[in-house]
Design a binder for this molecule. Structure first.
Ligand SMILES: [Zn+2]
Length: 425
């Protein structure tokens, strides 16, 4: 009786997070950063490359050491499976990506994969077996810098895109995704292929914030409420080249003057509310000569806001403005991306908040300004994200930095969240 009471109280007090090893977690971040290491301390690890293959083999080796079974699929997503008491139940999945931008850092994506591995290792160390399997995932081509656009692995896994749509995409050297995937899969040792779209019970993605809200607030953990909506466009304004000294104003079809009127009006239209973000980051003027009236202007628009109704309102304004301000020029507006804003599942956000509270780790709700694989997963299962601060909000930069204590805190929360979710029937 006494015996059983003692062991009862022991289990109720100890948590998966107790076995999280912050030093091991940190050492693994530094170890993975050697694959594709840059001289300036950053990381250049293109998706589906030789260095990513080496990093992948390292992650598989760490997983195998604690008995995890690796799996992959036709787009080379990597899964490491910790078996549950009922292997037939859909798994709880956690992770992110291990590819980087050419000027990447040590933490973007990597933290999500290593936090998930550490959380499962903590369970394995306690001999704890959850009801559902837990799988660690590294999605292929999150970054989109070698093959554009990104999120290829999660797009294909969730059915947002088909394999046939993405396989022909080529990098700057002319190598196709099809050939790059073939090369990566050939480098795997005994990693079985699985079909896409296996059912998932829940998805949790830990990530560095890549913004400075948490740092400014002095809070080590963000419960991510959602991802802001994005629309991206390309605009071509066509006028007519003419002599800058002889062409009369009334006769001109000046493509740059029309573009400038459009951009100024769009900037005004996006003033309210103040957190509406409208960026014209690319502009090409043809012929781009000082004494020639511009014949053609090509520019980009990147529009973002957490509230879809705001994004949609400004979208309407943009479409009205290009017609209203084109003057004697022709205009072609093409929307190249539309990702609506989304709100993550309350069940996952609650689980994260509850786990942080139980661990006395201060947490706050934050919005994700950047896109992540969790966006794709959100449409197929309850999904959520855990953010940890990164110094100065700097990311996609060799100076990217996260404090070891914050990475540990985020991983402790993840460990208890995964244990909680994987034991729900
Ligand atoms: Zn990332």
């Amino acid at each position: 009786m006494t015996q059983s009471r003692t062991s009862q109280s022991k289990t109720s007090q100890s948590r998966t997070s107790d076995a999280v090893d912050g030093q091991r977690l940190w050492d693994r971040h530094m170890a993975l950063a050697r694959f594709g290491a840059r001289d300036d301390g950053g990381v250049d690890r293109p998706t589906l490359s030789g260095v990513e293959s080496e990093a992948r083999a390292q992650v598989i080796a760490w997983g195998r050491r604690i008995g995890l079974k690796p799996f992959t699929d036709g787009i080379a997503n990597l899964f490491l499976r910790y078996e549950g008491r009922d292997p037939a139940l859909p798994p709880v999945v956690a992770g992110s990506h291990i590819d980087s931008q050419p000027t990447g850092g040590k933490f973007d994506g990597v933290f999500g994969v290593l936090a998930a591995l550490e959380a499962v290792e903590a369970m394995a160390a306690r001999g704890a077996r959850p009801l559902r399997p837990i799988e660690i995932v590294a999605w292929t081509n999150e970054e989109g810098s070698r093959f554009a656009p990104g999120m290829t692995g999660s797009d294909v896994f969730t059915g947002t895109k088909t394999l046939d749509q993405v396989l022909p995409i080529r990098d700057a050297q002319g190598v196709s995704i099809a050939d790059a995937v073939k090369a990566i899969l050939a480098g795997d040792q005994g990693v079985p292929l699985r079909p896409f779209g296996l059912p998932i019970a829940a998805y949790v993605e830990p990530h560095i914030e890549q913004a400075s809200v948490l740092e400014a607030a002095g809070i080590p953990l963000g419960v991510v409420t959602g991802i802001q909506g994005t629309r991206r466009y390309r605009v071509t304004v066509t006028g007519e080249a003419a002599h800058a000294g002889t062409a009369l104003r009334a006769d001109r079809r000046d493509a740059l003057m029309a573009a400038v009127r459009m951009i100024a009006a769009m900037d005004q239209a996006a003033m309210e509310p103040a957190d509406t973000l409208l960026t014209v980051g690319l502009m090409q003027v043809t012929p781009n000569a000082p004494s020639v009236v511009p014949a053609e202007v090509f520019f980009s628009i990147d529009l973002r806001h957490p509230d879809n109704t705001i994004v949609d309102r400004v979208d309407g304004e943009i479409r009205r403005i290009v017609e209203a301000e084109r003057g004697p020029c022709q205009v072609a507006l093409k929307q190249i991306q539309h990702s609506p804003s989304l709100t993550f599942a309350p069940a996952i956000r609650d689980a994260i908040g509850k786990a942080a509270g139980a661990l006395d780790i201060p947490a706050m709700d934050v919005y994700s300004a950047a896109g992540h694989d969790a966006r794709q997963l959100h449409y197929v299962c309850p999904a959520g994200m855990i953010f940890v601060p990164c110094r100065g909000g700097i990311s996609h930069n060799p100076a990217e930095w996260a404090e070891p204590a914050h990475l540990t805190a985020g991983t402790q929360v993840l460990a208890d969240v995964l244990w909680d979710l994987a034991n729900r029937a």
